[in-house]
Design a protein around this ligand. Structure first.
Ligand code: NCD
Ligand code: ZN
Length: 356
């Protein structure tokens, strides 16, 4: 049946986890994001981070200024709606949460354990000291978005997500059982099982790379810096479970690209940055992944329904059409100051594309 579907029209998707960066980067990242997505949850790990509602408002204004200057169709500009997040630090207060809720533009708060990933130096060092903040978020039902990895030096990089579930997340859930939580960019079957075992207030995003690729793709036959992201790609058995739950129709799993631009020369170097850039081709990547297991009929829930439902937002009213017609992923995109971005699976041909 799948093979007979030549095209598929779905509700316009949202991206519940994206890094747009700031200033000149926005000229590229906003145009790419707005081409495919309506709402995007903008991660706050700028330098310096988006810590307050005032910071978030100013960041949203910069994004909207770049949107107006983008060379994309007017109807895409009209519906693009960047939703802001605050970056939780050891100094975040319950009052910061109240201000965020009142603002109407802050959709969630992101917790990076200090040192876990790109620009996380100002992240949280002691979760136990933030009980008032979690309490306020629980009261107002403002979601907590988690980079779910422990950061102790001695913990193996491939074990960091599972250790976070066992040592940190269970404690947060025990103390704040009604807190809405999104475990971002899950990479293991442990995380998928964990989320499935919880109530409806706990969900997860899954990136294209974690459902399509595993650590063999990154490391066999030569190291591929453009597949290096955090949390790091795991073994194939985990990849298969992620694809399985994403395509299962469970509303607990929804689209979050974690598209995270770093200039090509910062990836192809002795100490390369973590992050995969997927925003412009993410929909074709997800369609390819779903179709690979005969589940293209489950795509719309994952891309366009379950995230909005979790966040308590209306479904988008416009649509996008995907075609089963091959598309080559560009080898690079121009970025700012003469740099380039090398996208995820650059130069590869996908069976699915987006109808212009
Ligand atoms: C992200 C980035 O570059 O900002 N990198 C990544 O590898 N995913 C940060 C993050 O989401 O961990
Ligand atoms: Zn991210």
């Amino acid at each position: 049946m799948t093979d007979s579907i030549a095209q598929l029209t779905i509700i316009q998707p949202d991206d519940w986890h994206i890094h747009l960066r700031d200033d000149q980067a926005l000229a590229t990242t906003v145009a790419h994001a707005a081409t495919s997505f309506n709402r995007v949850i903008c991660m706050p790990n700028l330098v310096p981070p988006v810590k307050t509602t005032t910071d978030a408002q100013a960041y949203r204004t910069r994004i909207m200024q770049h949107l107006q200057a983008c060379d994309i169709p007017a109807e895409r500009k009209a519906t693009f709606d960047p939703r802001m997040t605050l970056y939780m630090t050891d100094h975040t207060s319950a009052q910061d949460i109240e201000e965020a809720v009142k603002s109407g533009i802050v959709q969630a708060v992101k917790l990076y354990p200090a040192g876990a990933t790109t620009n996380s130096a100002d992240g949280v060092t002691n979760i136990n000291a933030l009980a008032d903040v979690f309490g306020a978020m629980e009261k107002y039902q403002l979601p907590l978005l988690l980079h779910g990895e422990v950061t102790q030096d001695h913990v193996d990089i491939f074990d960091r997500e599972k250790r976070f579930l066992d040592e940190v997340l269970v404690q947060i859930i025990a103390k704040f059982p009604a807190l809405k939580i999104v475990l971002e960019h899950i990479t293991t079957s442990d995380a998928a099982d964990f989320v499935l075992a919880q109530g409806n207030n706990i969900a997860a995003t899954i990136t294209p790379q974690h459902m399509m690729l595993n650590r063999n793709h990154m490391l066999l036959g030569g190291i591929k810096p453009h597949l290096y992201c955090l949390p790091i790609l795991k073994r194939e058995s985990h990849q298969k479970v992620l694809l399985d739950v994403a395509t299962s129709g469970s509303p607990k799993f929804f689209l979050g690209t974690d598209s995270a631009p770093h200039p090509t020369d910062k990836k192809e170097t002795a100490c390369g940055c973590a992050g995969c850039y997927s925003s412009p081709t993410a929909l074709a990547l997800y369609a390819t992944a779903f179709d690979s297991v005969g589940k293209i009929d489950k795509l719309e829930g994952f891309t366009s329904r379950f995230g909005a439902q979790f966040y308590g937002l209306p479904l988008n009213t416009d649509t996008v059409t995907l075609l089963k017609s091959p598309m080559q992923i560009p080898t690079s995109y121009p970025y700012f100051d003469g740099s380039t971005l090398t996208p995820l699976m650059a130069g590869e041909t996908l069976p699915w594309s987006i109808k212009a």
